[in-house]
Design a binder for this molecule. Structure first.
Ligand code: ATP
Ligand code: MG
Length: 462
């Protein structure tokens, strides 16, 4: 049976139910969290329909481990609250129920009607709410979702998968296809373009041609997207274990310029190849830490992403004769403010980022007093890790990193003695370079691989 259901106030989508019975798909209850199963069963026993939905169904069908389990139901949030003592209701217009089991939270959402475009905005005309039928049918709930593979429902009543929009076939083909007209769906919510890039990178899916085609024309809508959402989406892209793949995909999609314009510009200049290598190394390191379950901080990643622009602008500022410390502080601030127009980087991270940057020139000063002061700096570790990522910039930077690596292995007195026997280091960082090589003790500085001459300029969309 085919019927047409509005996916949003502006679009209608044909739905055609296909049921994939239990024996024809690979979802096993073993792989569903105990909390999610309890919620599904209890709703069902109380006479409601209850489904696992969204990323969890998609990831289970792909054999992955979902990080969270979302439930969709025809029970209202108040019904859910009555059924579960461990439940709290959140959200104002579209209320959601959170059912809590120890440290697991199962999000339970009532089928959402077609007035909701997924952006969390009300439809208001002249201050009036024109549509507020927020709850809807399962069909409406399916078509307001973004990609067909994100609109599959696992039914606890008979363990089948329900597919209203052809998502199962797309999943088998490993393709991301938007539900409805891509241009309309991106205009409703431009962040869906970033979700396409991110999910394709993470799942190693292709983006359907008609979903990819509007990027060039509509990408600039991201310039006006809410900065708080772009921050959340950035964390999902870069801090969730597929940072390197996400970065490369974002860069290749051309959308990097609409979210991180300064970064995209710095990648296109002469030193862009070195900057790109640094970002990629930073992303790879972060992915490895995530894989090992180690903590990662967004500050470090944002410091990397914006390093190219900072460095280029500091050089200009210094050429203008600005005092070194002042130049670093001024440019760091300027770049953060500019980027914050697009991505709402919380203040506490911004301060850490600016500090990581402003500590970089201080590594070049090896006067004894300064060295010990820097080693004791609360942000030394992050700044040093950052310096390690910069070794591709020049042989001098590589030697500097090596010197500081070695300095940390020495006892205080040994390091002090070594510096006493060293020629006095000049205070001005840029004159420090030859000295850095000479002072790097014991080990010879590693030879940097020389880039072929034509390799230096690289367009951001390559
Ligand atoms: P991830 O694995 O990153 O969590 P996900 O698909 O589960 O991927 P969520 O942000 O957790 O992503 O969203 C859950 C579900 O909500 C999605 O699968 C999709 O059905 C729907 N959804 C999320 N964002 C949007 C959006 N911008 N527009 C329409 N539907 C959306
Ligand atoms: Mg999810």
């Amino acid at each position: 049976m085919t019927e047409t259901v509005p996916s949003s106030p502006s679009a209608a989508v044909a739905v055609n139910l296909r049921v994939i019975p239990r024996e024809q798909h690979t979802i096993s209850r073993k792989n569903i969290s105990s909390g999610a199963l309890r919620v599904l069963y209890r709703l069902n026993e109380a006479g409601f329909s209850a489904f696992l939905v969204g990323g969890a169904v998609r990831d289970l069908l792909l054999g992955g481990r979902p990080k969270d389990f979302d439930v969709a139901t025809n029970a209202t949030p108040e019904d859910v609250k009555r059924l579960f003592r461990n439940c709290r209701l959140i959200g104002r217009r579209f209320r959601l129920a959170h059912v809590v089991f120890g440290n697991e939270i199962v999000e339970v959402a009532t089928f959402r009607g077609s007035s909701d475009d997924g952006t969390g905005d009300r439809h208001v005309v002249d201050g009036r709410i024109v549509r507020d039928n927020v709850y809807g049918t399962i069909e409406e709930d399916a078509v307001r979702r973004d990609f067909t593979v994100n609109a599959l429902y696992y039914d606890i009543a008979d363990f089948s998968v329900r597919d209203y929009v052809g998502g199962y076939e797309d999943l088998m083909r490993r393709e991301l296809r938007l539900i409805g007209d891509p241009v309309l769906r991106y205009r409703e919510d431009p962040v869906r373009m970033l979700r396409a890039v991110r999910l394709a990178a993470k799942l190693e899916f292709t983006i359907a041609a008609d979903a990819r085609a509007p990027f060039d024309e509509l990408g600039e809508l991201l310039l006006q997207a809410p900065p708080a959402r772009l921050f959340d989406e950035s964390l999902k892209m870069f801090m969730a274990g597929s940072g390197l793949k996400s970065f490369r995909a974002l860069d290749a999609s051309g959308l990097l310029a609409d979210v991180y314009p300064l970064t995209a510009r710095a990648l296109a200049i002469r030193s862009g190849a070195t900057f790109r290598a640094m970002i990629e190394q930073g992303m790879a390191n972060t992915d490895a830490r995530v894989a090992e379950g180690k903590p990662v901080t967004p500050a470090f990643l944002f410091a990397i992403l914006l390093w190219g622009p900072v460095r280029a602008q500091v050089e200009k500022e210094l050429a203008r004769g600005t005092d070194m410390n002042l130049a670093w502080i001024r440019i760091g601030n300027l770049v953060m403010n500019e980027q914050s127009k697009h991505v709402a980087i919380p203040r506490r991270f911004a301060l850490a980022i600016e500090e990581i940057w402003s500590l970089q020139p201080r590594f070049e000063n090896r006067q004894k007093k300064r060295v010990f002061r820097l080693l004791a700096h609360p942000r030394f570790r992050a700044a040093y890790d950052f310096l390690l990522l910069r070794t591709g910039e020049s042989a001098e930077t590589a030697a500097l990193a090596e010197w500081w690596t070695q300095a940390q292995t020495l006892e205080h007195d040994d390091l002090a003695a070594q510096m006493n026997s060293m020629p006095a280091a000049p205070a001005v960082a840029t004159e420090d370079a030859s000295d850095a090589v000479a002072a790097a003790p014991k080990k010879r500085p590693r030879r940097r691989r020389k880039r072929p001459p034509g390799d230096a300029v690289q367009a951001p969309s390559e």
